[in-house]
Ligand binder design. Structure first.
Ligand SMILES: Cc1ncc(COP(=O)(O)O)c(C=O)c1O
Length: 454
């Protein structure tokens, strides 16, 4: 097939004209809705239409704008955001200070020369050294969570000269080959096995198992370089470990000379009511990964922060681990503004107090319907509601969507639904979400009664 470059140019111009508009109306809007579904089916991946249907069953819900704590579709319908891009909207949607920082930087310079020293990279690294716990000091910047984890794994291997990594069952650390090795869900891993050699998994929240695995690695000569752990397992179903778990891991790491990697990609940046989730237990890891909310939901950004002791291994040749766009000026501007906003707007404290209250209210709803729901749990605004089975969770997610509330599944499973709103979510919207859950659970009773009578 010959390529028609003129047609491609015209088509791209048509899309640019759409982007430039504030609103689409009438036929133009309907055509764009239909075109979006078709483009997904024909050019992106039809599988995603099937997957998204599980929550929406409505392909006319094509997103157009966002603000505060809501998404708006092309038809002007609003959706309260309780999915939060899986945890990216910690300072809300398009926080003006983050947008302003990025816009100001963009007006002067978008990306970096890679040769002159880019000052924001240094500013952000210094701020991170100050805002992370203990003696965490040096940073590597990247664009995503999986990249932050890749960096942590490589630094751990370099710093220790060992290659075994111990992860936990239920863990999610990303989907690039190294991080996927530490992720635990078989669906994601099996097609790509054997993955990285020397990665072991032990049950989460089990210190005895962890110690036995470290000992067994020593015994076999496959000494562990690091333990990688989420301080609260997010994708795994918002599992909050016992209070002695993180401190216990720290002690084991010190005892056996193993590094502790805290994957705070989802739990960090105020999400759980402390700046970092490790802060709940006063634990300082040797390496800390952040991403998702790090770019203030305006720029993709991630980082791996390490102590001077481990980072020394990276100093002789910093090119051992690099990525072109990591730490670019726009991402750094966004991250600097995000740290500022979290502190200035007291959003970490808000997550702690308002988030905890939200959990209690959702748990109250869950407990009203023990035939359908088990509980709501979490910390701060990292919340999950667990149902007695996946089908009920799926029905609830569908009902919530039809009531204008978006939530997230966990590990491509609806048995546990994540509720991860922006930490800025309004009281009015939280009331609406609690009422929507109540209605969704009550409607399961009605549906089941109808099925029994049929
Ligand atoms: C704890 C954790 N680590 C790593 C990742 C991977 O992040 P990304 O999707 O940005 O690669 C995620 C994503 O959900 C995560 O929750």
């Amino acid at each position: 097939m010959t390529r028609d470059f003129n047609a491609i140019m015209e088509d791209s111009q048509r899309v640019l004209d759409i982007i430039a508009k504030d609103k689409l109306e009438g036929k133009e809007m309907e055509d764009y809705v239909a075109e979006t579904t078709e483009n997904f089916a024909e050019y992106f991946n039809p599988g995603f239409l099937e997957y998204r249907k599980s929550a929406s069953t409505n392909f006319t819900a094509v997103e157009w704008r966002d603000n505060g704590d809501v998404f708006e579709d092309l038809h002007g319908n609003e959706y309260i955001d309780c999915l939060g891009g899986y945890g990216i909207y910690n300072v809300g949607h398009k926080h003006p200070k983050v947008v302003e920082a990025v816009t100001n930087q963009l007006k002067r310079q978008a990306l970096h020369s890679q040769e002159l020293l880019d000052p924001l990279r240094g500013n952000l690294a210094k701020l991170l050294a100050k805002v992370t716990p203990g003696d965490l000091k040096y940073s590597f910047f990247c664009n995503s969570g999986t990249e932050a984890v890749e960096c942590a794994l490589k630094v751990a291997m370099l710093a220790t000269g060992k290659h075994t990594i111990i992860a936990t069952t239920g863990a999610f650390h990303g989907k690039s080959l190294g991080s996927l090795s530490c992720t635990s869900k078989f669906v994601f891993r099996k097609p790509f096995l054997p993955l990285l050699q020397g990665v072991k998994h032990v049950p989460y929240n089990d210190l005895d198992c962890m110690e036995k695995m470290i000992q067994s690695c020593q015994f076999t000569g496959e000494d562990a370089a690091a333990i990688i752990v989420e301080p609260i397992q997010g994708e795994g179903g918002v599992l909050v470990p016992d209070d002695d778990y993180l401190p216990g891991l720290r002690k084991l790491c010190d005892k056996y000379d193993v590094l502790l990697i805290a994957d705070e990609v989802q739990t960090g940046m105020g999400r759980t009511g402390k700046f970092w989730c490790c802060d709940h237990w006063d634990v300082t890891p040797d390496l800390l990964c952040t991403a998702k909310a790090f770019g203030g939901a305006v720029m993709p950004a991630g980082a791996c922060v390490g102590t001077e002791k481990v980072w020394k291994a990276m100093m002789p040749n910093p090119f051992l681990h690099t990525t072109t766009f990591g730490g670019n000026p726009l991402a750094c501007a966004a991250a600097i503004a995000t740290i500022n906003v979290l502190l200035e707007d007291k959003l970490v404290e808000r997550a702690a107090t308002v988030g905890e209250d939200f959990i209690k209210r959702l748990d109250g709803v869950a407990k009203k319907y023990p035939q359908h729901a088990v509980e709501a749990r979490g910390k701060g605004f990292l919340i999950a509601m667990e149902f007695v089975d996946g089908e009920k969770g799926y029905m609830v997610a569908k009902s919530l969507f039809s009531q204008g509330v978006i939530v997230a599944g966990t590990l491509i499973n609806a048995k546990t639904i994540r509720v991860e709103p922006p930490t800025t979510i309004s009281q009015e919207h939280m009331d609406a979400v609690v009422a929507a859950f109540d209605k969704a659970l009550a409607s399961l009773d009605v549906a089941e009664a109808a099925a029994t009578n049929a």
